[in-house]
Design a protein around this ligand. Structure first.
Ligand SMILES: [Zn+2]
Length: 342
């Protein structure tokens, strides 16, 4: 069974003000990628709208009502998070499309799916819009997977920003493992290695903060030393990826130095774990990524990695000596050593 893409031409209708990096042209990149893969035999489906029940698994009722009430007119929700008249409907499609991807992968025979959605989600807190995000798409998808039979869900977030809201949602929950690589210190300020979850969820939040300038070799090291051993011990029933591409070297917001090949390598490492633990079940959901060419190239690399045969990850060589990965892995190992064999 080939890969499933969730796609709609309507994602262009969420329109932050001119000059905003999370711009409608990003949806045109999704159109190009979806059309290319449809031509190669991929299954492409239109997203449903998330229901109130889906949203309330993650967000407060008052907050959901506030966003619904803002529909039909422009609104500014925080210093960099905006709504246009259609944004509420489009945000429901972004969350609903993630649910579609989860259902298709959990029910089979689809093995892997990519939800090409915007606005992104991982900064949207329980009761607060933040960082271009209205509803937390991946958290809503993970909660849906848990409600439909997935015992353990792993979320790996390789967006350049820490997914504060995904971490906060699941930090007391040992059934949902949250793993993030991100530039640090950086927006939104969370994601130190010492943030490891709380209560029963201690050890199930895994942060790999990386100093600006980190390259593929740094990511390779934190994957090998920390992320992959923890994922293999956790043994997820579903692997989810917060697939942001703003850690690309061309991104105008981020200060990390990855290429499309590095996104492919990370995705292949995660797919390999999924092949071992859960019959290859992977759901990737788009987050950030603000250079349109880098977004197109990186998305294509990820879809290609999930669609083709499984095999060893091919990490690119940046040729740059960097100790940022070592510093990050050492901090994470110190914080998480009591909980995992590392
Ligand atoms: Zn981001």
């Amino acid at each position: 069974m080939s890969i499933l893409l969730v796609h709609s031409e309507r994602f262009v209708e969420h329109e932050p003000p001119p000059g905003h990096p999370e711009r409608p042209e990003r949806a045109e990149v999704f159109d190009v990628v979806a059309n290319r893969w449809r031509g190669r035999g991929a299954d492409v489906i239109a997203p449903r709208s998330a229901t109130r029940e889906h949203l309330l698994r993650i967000h407060d009722a008052d907050y959901v009502q506030k966003i619904a009430d803002a529909a039909g007119k422009p609104a500014r929700l925080d210093p960099d998070t905006f709504m246009s008249p259609e944004s509420y409907e489009i945000a429901l499609l972004a969350a609903g499309g993630t649910i579609d991807a989860v259902e298709r992968v959990m029910n089979g025979p689809t093995r892997a799916a990519v939800a090409l959605v915007r606005p992104p989600g991982h900064h949207a807190e329980r009761a607060r819009a933040m960082g271009f995000c209205l509803f937390n798409n991946i958290a809503i998808g993970a909660a849906h997977a848990r409600a439909h039979g997935a015992g353990r869900v792993a979320i790996v977030d390789y967006d350049v920003h820490h997914g504060n809201a995904t971490q906060h949602t699941f930090e007391p929950d040992p059934q949902v493992l949250y793993v993030s690589t991100h530039q640090y210190p950086f927006y939104p300020g969370t994601g130190a290695a010492g943030e490891i979850g709380r209560d029963a969820g201690r050890g199930f939040t895994v942060n790999l903060p990386l100093e600006a300038g980190a390259v593929a070799e740094d990511f390779h090291l934190v994957f090998s030393d920390v992320i992959l051993p923890i994922l293999r011990q956790f043994k997820p029933d579903l692997m989810m990826i917060s697939a942001g591409f703003d850690a690309h070297e061309a991104d105008p917001l981020g200060g990390l130095r990855l290429t499309a090949d590095a996104f492919a390598a990370m995705t292949m490492e995660l797919r390999q774990v999924a092949e071992e633990c859960c019959r290859g079940r992977v759901v990737a959901v788009t987050e950030g990524g603000y250079d349109l060419h880098a977004l197109a190239e990186s998305l294509d690399a990820v879809v290609s990695t999930l669609d083709g045969p499984a095999g060893p990850a091919r990490w690119p060589s940046s040729g740059i000596a960097s100790t940022r990965g070592r510093a990050s892995a050492d901090q994470a190992r110190k914080a998480l050593g009591p909980f995992w064999k590392l």
